[in-house]
Design a protein around this ligand. Structure first.
Ligand SMILES: *Cc1c(COP(=O)(O)O)cnc(C)c1O
Length: 355
């Protein structure tokens, strides 16, 4: 039904009950640990109508079949579980810290080998792919905001017989559809833009490969890394406005990037040209960066991203953040407030650094 619809219409309409008398317009929250025997669901860990509605919507937006998870990390762990004992995973040096920690943990226990690459160096990535079982990357990367050549990397990885996984959390399916660009699997932290209100922890996997879908669903059934029905309902409510939120956040980010580029306290502005995430490097380094995160009033000092409210943090305050990320880098998650208020708050906080 969603085949010929545009993304904004899919975001609003996918996963709704049929248009029949007395059907609710929105899927209800189904609280069920077990179901009457004889159907497809049987037990709470195997499926839930509220998950299904969310999965239908995100799957339609990404162009595949979706499985929801308790968190982005649970989705990541499930995908990494596809890798055979001792096989190699290629990933960017600048990956999400939780992904890097999972890879390091698996490697330290002898489960896998990890090769970290500069994801912007397509030739080097292609070479690393030669003995890999799985290539995992984000584009844009977190928090360096580098871009990967997804079609070229996918082609090289497939040539070598490796799976291609793209963490699409930063771009969302509205700005980038990795399955169409050649990826086998898309992973999301639905905690971020998808749910969009900083009040839900959830993850998702999307694939157009039926066999992979079956294997991944089998892993979820077995391990039980499933979301709660209420979380799925909230995340679906988030999907309904995803296009509006992403559009506004991007508009605000673009405007702020222009102004930040000419600010004397900032030595570098990183923005991939789309989306709501901007990284700035404070000329005076880590101390100035920490000070900035404590001086803003509208911008909330907090980790995570993709909510309606603007947040910021110095990324290197996390031990797992790679040392190649500048010490004075502050990642901004631009929200959907009025951009003039956001700018006034940032400008005042930046001015107070030199007082
Ligand atoms: C937050 C995040 C994750 C992990 O998701 P959780 O929901 O926190 O488990 C994975 N990838 C990226 C890019 C993220 O920002």
């Amino acid at each position: 039904m969603t085949d010929d619809l545009r993304p904004a219409t899919i975001a609003v309409t996918a996963g709704r009950p049929g248009h029949e008398p007395d059907q609710p317009l929105n899927v209800p929250i189904t609280m069920a640990a077990t179901y009457v025997a004889g159907g497809d669901l049987e037990y709470g860990r195997y499926g839930n109508p509220t998950w299904t509605a969310f999965e239908d919507a995100l799957g339609a937006l990404e162009g595949g079949r979706c499985l929801s998870f308790a968190s982005g990390q649970a989705a990541t762990a499930t995908v990494l579980d596809l890798v055979g004992l001792g096989a190699t995973v290629v990933a960017p040096v600048h990956s999400y810290t939780g992904t890097l920690l999972q890879l390091a943990d698996l490697e330290s226990r002898g489960r896998i080998k990890t090769v970290l690459v500069d994801i912007t160096d397509t030739a080097a990535v292609a070479e690393a792919c030669l003995d890999a079982a799985l290539v995992w990357f984000e584009s844009p990367t977190n928090p360096a905001l580098e871009l990967a050549d997804i079609p070229a990397i996918a082609a090289a990885a497939h040539e070598a017989g490796a799976y291609v996984v793209v963490d699409n959390t930063f771009a969302t399916p509205l700005l980038q559809q990795p399955l169409e660009l050649g990826a086998d699997i898309v992973v999301h932290s639905a905690t971020k833009f998808i749910a969009g209100h900083s009040d839900v922890q959830m993850g998702a996997i999307v694939t157009a490969d039926e066999q992979l879908y079956g294997v991944l669903k089998g892993r979820r059934d077995l391990i039980g890394s499933t979301p709660g029905p209420f979380e799925a309902w909230l995340a679906l409510r988030g999907v309904r406005t995803l296009h509006l939120r992403v559009e506004r956040a991007q508009q605000n980010a673009t405007e702020l990037v222009g102004r930040l580029r000419s600010h004397p306290a900032i030595s570098e502005v990183r923005y991939p040209g789309f989306g709501g995430i901007v990284s700035i490097v404070l000329a005076e380094g880590a101390l100035a960066a920490d000070l900035l995160t404590h001086k803003t009033r509208l911008w909330i000092h907090a980790t995570s991203l993709g909510g309606v409210e603007s947040t910021l943090e110095r990324r290197r305050r996390w031990k797992a953040e790679p040392a190649t990320i500048p010490d004075g880098l502050v990642r901004l998650s631009v929200g959907i407030e009025d951009v003039e208020d956001l700018w006034a708050d940032l400008e005042r906080a930046l001015a107070s650094l030199v007082e």
